[in-house]
Design a protein around this ligand. Structure first.
Ligand SMILES: [Ca+2]
Ligand SMILES: [Ca+2]
Ligand SMILES: [Ca+2]
Length: 470
């Protein structure tokens, strides 16, 4: 018999059960007692009022006010309009969603505190920018323009940036350390590099850099890489100016891995490397100029780049110049020549370089002449399969067929009009060749589906079969 206040003696095993039971009960009571945490969505509109409750029908006036009342997990939705305000996001996990970058504009500076997750989409940020301080961040579908720096990422941030545009920022489009992932973005006419990496190993994929300047004191109009390993894949660098040191990319002790990229018309040369050992594979360089020692393509100073499966053709001056260090070049088409395995200097027969089409014509020597072993990416600059055989072209490269091509684009037989696809748009071109209305050698070769050296009715079945392939 036990009484109130009496101690209870229990065996060790029973004691454990008792303690576990108490613990479970305590937890259950806590669960019942704790109020349910419901994420709130606050609404903001330029017609709103900060005295409102921030609902859909009674929105706040400013995004900064909505941020100030938000707690972890809340969302803020801003209606179309221009919000002239600067604000700081405290340590709060937050979704900040605009009505679309074309219509929802923040005129000011956004800063963040450390250690939380921000997802931001559908805004233009101008005349201020976004400073991210050591936190996780997802930026989607935004425009950053006319700022000093578009987005500043402090080292220690974990950032994904997708489908954003960085235009006309007087400084950097993105200033960053660390390892951000930057995908499907455009960088246009920024004044001090499209991307400026102090150090780190970012992943930069499917981005376009156009008319960016490195500024008067730096190199690297498109990207300036500090120490680390930047992975740059399927990007286009066009008409950027690196102030004499890398219009497209400047590598400062960076072991950049550059794959399937196109460098056209950059000033300061396409790539300038100081120190480091960049790996450059399946890239096309043309119309670049203005690096030191009369170099148009790739200038290296005490650096050891490795080029494979590349085309450097139509640049001004030397395609490649090495001042200290060693540049290793294999299976590439270098107009000014370079020693190595499988190199040649033959017109790559770009499809229409004046019109910006650097694909290969059907009779290009670069088709099926690359080295398969250099390929780690199964697609080309356009995202089309890389390992493709041109049946009527001898396999002069290295590896087991299908053999990859040189340059940023893989040739596909039957692509007579040179848009990278084989489809009904090639049908009219095919008929024109068969009727003799089009006698361009490259088109005749492209229409010769049975490899007999002629383009005629015997190729019709092969052409139809090719169109029907996925
Ligand atoms: Ca091929
Ligand atoms: Ca072949
Ligand atoms: Ca086509």
């Amino acid at each position: 018999m036990t009484y109130a206040g009496e101690s209870v003696s229990v065996a060790p095993s029973s004691r454990r059960c008792f303690l576990v039971s108490v613990l479970l009960l305590s937890c259950a009571m806590l669960l019942v007692a704790a109020p349910a945490t419901m994420a709130t969505t606050y609404y903001v509109a330029t017609t709103g009022n900060n005295a409102n409750p921030g609902t859909l029908t009674q929105p706040f006036l400013t995004i900064g006010h909505a941020v100030s009342v938000s707690v972890h997990g809340d969302s803020i939705r801003a209606a179309a309009g221009t919000y002239s305000e600067s604000f700081t996001i405290p340590g709060t996990n937050l979704d900040l969603i605009g009505a679309g970058a074309a219509t929802t504009i923040i005129n000011g500076l956004i800063q963040t505190n450390t250690g939380f997750i921000l997802t931001m989409s559908g805004f233009t940020v101008q005349n201020g920018g976004l400073n991210i301080f050591q936190m996780a961040c997802n930026l989607n579908d935004c425009i950053f323009r006319n700022n000093s720096t578009g987005v500043s990422l402090q080292t220690g941030s974990f950032v994904n940036i997708n489908n954003c545009a960085f235009n006309n920022n007087t400084g950097q489009g993105i200033a960053t350390g660390g390892n951000p992932s930057i995908n499907n973005c455009t960088f246009t006419a920024n004044g001090n590099c499209g991307i400026y990496l102090t150090s780190g190993s970012p992943t930069i994929t499917n981005c376009t850099f156009t008319n960016n300047f490195s500024g008067p004191f730096d190199g690297g109009g498109g990207i300036r890489n500090g120490s680390g390993t930047s992975r740059i894949t399927n990007c286009v660098f066009m008409n950027n100016n690196g102030n004499g040191s890398g219009g497209g990319i400047y590598n400062n002790f960076n072991n950049a891995i550059v794959t399937n990229c196109l460098f056209i018309g950059n000033s300061g040369g396409a790539i300038y490397s100081q120190g480091g050992s960049p790996t450059i594979t399946n890239c096309t360089f043309s119309g670049n100029s203005g690096a030191p020692s009369g170099t148009g393509g790739i200038f290296s100073f005490a650096s050891n780049p490795t080029l494979t499966n590349c085309i450097l053709w139509g640049n001004v001056g030397w395609d490649i110049f090495n001042s200290g260090g060693t540049t290793t070049v294999n299976y590439s088409d270098i107009q000014s020549g370079f020693g190595g395995t499988g190199n040649f200097a033959s017109d790559p027969l770009f499809m229409n370089p004046g019109g910006g089409n650097y694909r290969l014509q059907a009779n290009s020597p670069c088709i099926d002449s690359g080295n398969n072993a250099a390929i780690s990416n199964g697609t080309d600059l356009a995202g089309r399969p890389r390992f493709v055989d041109a049946p009527c072209v001898a396999n002069t490269g290295a590896g087991t067929p299908p053999i990859v091509d040189r340059g940023a684009y893989e040739f596909t037989s039957g692509d007579i009009d040179g848009n990278g696809l084989v489809n009904v748009s090639d049908l009219a071109a095919f008929v024109a060749v068969l009727l003799g209305a089009d006698t361009a050698p490259a088109h005749v070769v492209a229409a010769d589906m049975n490899c007999d050296g002629l383009a005629n009715g015997r190729d019709a079945q092969g052409f139809v079969n090719r169109i029907l392939l996925p």
